[in-house]
Design a protein around this ligand. Structure first.
Ligand SMILES: Nc1nc2c(ncn2[C@@H]2O[C@H](COP(=O)(O)OP(=O)(O)O)[C@@H](O)[C@H]2O)c(=O)[nH]1
Ligand SMILES: [Mg+2]
Length: 278
């Protein structure tokens, strides 16, 4: 259970129209992982971007892919592209399935969190485990959400409603900045393809009895692109996803063991694909 060295970390980022931020995130991740881990990899899960993300990802592959020109990090970056739209949840599930090492770190590819704060998550893990308290998930907890006011209000209401409905004890349901032990996925199956996946993950982690710790992290305004949160199909998908999750976890299956929802993603079998429209 201990995380003493050697330590192996897989980091991944979903990338959906994140051309303006993804390259610096990958490079920052490599820099911080060189210091924190003995073995590491950085994975980008791309599907359906219509900005210039493909060009940026091609370049990252050229620098750090299997034949990369950087000798220190050659082969440490994997770009996984999917032809079909996965949704945010599908992209996270593909990321979890692709990670090879015992510790998995993920955050969003839009740069609203600072990858370098992974240091604080690893420190918390080490501190707890040195004191004999095993940890399965280290969760970020936004110090202050840097989004427009209406979004902050919705986020606040969403958190409190979900915490009540699902009896959650954590303080920030939707902080996508987390360090997770891969072993939890031997117990937990994730099924959601929308943003509901963060709630699904944290609910199942809690119900399965895994130990979590929270670490305050910064949140920043978007420097590039626009949030996908407020488009109607997305909101509808989230509402349907929430209803299904509530039904399975609270009504059918109060213990929170893997739910019988269908799992349409073949784990870890990404398909290479067509170029998106430019
Ligand atoms: N694959 C996929 N990824 C998405 C989708 N929407 C958002 N993302 C990814 O999720 C991250 C966060 O999305 P965002 O729209 O900023 O959500 P917000 O931070 O809650 O406003 C982005 O960096 C995208 O990479 C989607 O429909 N499909
Ligand atoms: Mg965002």
């Amino acid at each position: 259970m201990s995380t003493t060295r050697p330590r192996r970390i897989s980091a991944f980022f979903p990338c959906f129209n994140d051309a303006g931020t993804i390259a610096s995130m990958v490079i920052e991740a490599l820099v911080v992982l060189r210091e924190l881990a003995d073995e590491y990899e950085v994975i980008v899960i791309e599907n359906g971007s219509v900005d210039y993300a493909w060009d940026v990802l091609d370049e990252l592959e050229r620098l750090y892919g299997p034949a990369g020109v950087d000798p220190r990090d050659r082969g440490r970056v994997r770009i996984i592209r999917f032809a079909e739209p996965l949704g945010y949840g599908g992209a996270l599930r593909a990321g979890f399935a692709a990670c090879r090492y015992e510790l998995i770190f993920y955050t969003d590819g839009d740069g609203q969190y600072d990858v370098r704060e992974l240091r604080a998550l690893v420190e918390a893990l080490d501190r707890e485990e040195a004191a004999g308290r095993p940890v399965h998930v280290v969760m970020g907890n936004k110090l202050m959400r840097r989004d427009p006011l209406h979004r902050r209000f919705i986020s606040w209401a969403y958190h409190h409603l979900m915490a009540f409905v699902f009896r959650l004890t954590i303080h920030d349901v939707d902080c996508d900045f987390r360090l997770i032990r891969r072993s939890i996925f031997e117990v937990i199956t994730l099924t959601q393809n929308s943003g509901v996946i963060a709630l699904e993950l944290m609910t199942k982690v809690q119900y399965a009895g895994f130990r979590t710790v929270e670490v305050p992290v910064n949140h920043y305004h978007r420097a590039y692109g626009v949030s996908q949160f407020f488009n109607l199909p997305n909101v509808l998908r989230v509402l349907v996803g929430l209803a299904r999750l509530w039904w399975w976890l609270r009504i059918q299956n109060a213990t929170g063991t893997p739910s019988p929802l269908p799992d349409p993603l073949p784990a870890g079998t990404p398909r290479p694909l067509r170029q998106p429209k430019r």
